[in-house]
Design a protein around this ligand. Sequence first.
Ligand code: SF4
Length: 426
Amino acid sequence: MTRAPGKTARLNRLFNPKDGRAVCVAADHGWMSDVTPNVMELRRILELVVRGGADGILISFGTAVRHGHLLRGKDSPAMLIRADWMNMPRLGASNVSNVLPVVNFKKMATSRARDALHMGASAITIYYFIGYGDEFEALNIEQAADFAKECRKVGLPLIIEPMAVGGMVTGVNIAEILIASGRIAAEIGADALKIPYTGDVKTFKELVDQAGVPVLVLGGAKSDVPRDALELVDEALRAGASGTVFGRNVTKAKDPQKMVADICALVHGGKTIAEILGEHRAVGQRLKPVPAQCIGCQLCEVACVRAHTPGYGQTRARLRVETPSLGEELKPHRPVVCTLCGQCADACATGALTIAPEARLVLQRSLCSQCGACVDACPFHLIFVEDGYPVVCDLCDGDPECVKWCKRGAIVLTEWKRRVRHVHAE
Ligand code: SF4
């Protein structure tokens, strides 16, 4: 079946005609999850996102009623409407503050394609849950297919967001399940996907290739370091993604307008992360976690302690492995490592803590006033104090034991570039 002209026209409004890509922002969190400043100040944030140059903004129906006028100008972003609702974030799998005693996981349709068209939407977005392997999953596919049918009738593009959450999903098979979910969503009738990053370029490329429709990568949990978010975008683009639908990494950023503009510079402007962040020439290597590969064995912690402080327990490791707790099926195991973001060194008023030219943190005890500012500044909470002085990751003098011991490749070395200025102080 050829695509309805209405769909083509609306997709053209969303995807930049010059490069076929789109930078979208998800601002539909309030009615499902957290009541945080990004929800309470939605109008202000939407205005900033529009100014940042987003191509599309995903909002709930109620927000479309209240703030839809912001998206009606000739050059304003396309309006995407969330057409379903689910209570999963209230199970504790997200950063919600209003957790309710939810027993069953539920999802329901909240708007129809015609309602969204009436509001001026260029597309609707719905969830597709995978990993249950039961009648709920079957029901969900039926519901998604109904949306697809309605959208075909009225010429409205359908963006499906696969969520790998059921009991069959583990940290090890998540990439495989996401690849399958993208393919199935496209078969159901999605015109585009909004989907999490699989964790590496190779598996995400497989996802993009198998889906055969434009793939927009989502940002996931808020990252403390904007560079991490930009790296995710960069990797997804290299895998063939058609753009982004970032939520909290934009709406909770200190400067949402700047964050959107930076993502646009990557997606549309052909800029490199180094150019955007004002970095220059690579001078060494730093650690990088690859959560999709982590199985939570904690060998890296053991290796770190063994290399530095024999006799101590794993609490003395200069990295840690976060394991998902009950109700956090969405999250893979996650190595948290020093990425040489430099925030600790920036916070050190005496110059005791610096990043040495060969790319590693160095503490000069004679200069250290033991104020603890570096401990507070580390966004990953990796710096601990021993004998009054901070202990930081020293990259094992350039040959990190954690990288050597992790046979899964869940911690790797990547290029580190010296910053010449901080564009985003978070
Ligand atoms: S504790 Fe020492 S290294 Fe850390 S910020 Fe204070 S002076 Fe700098």
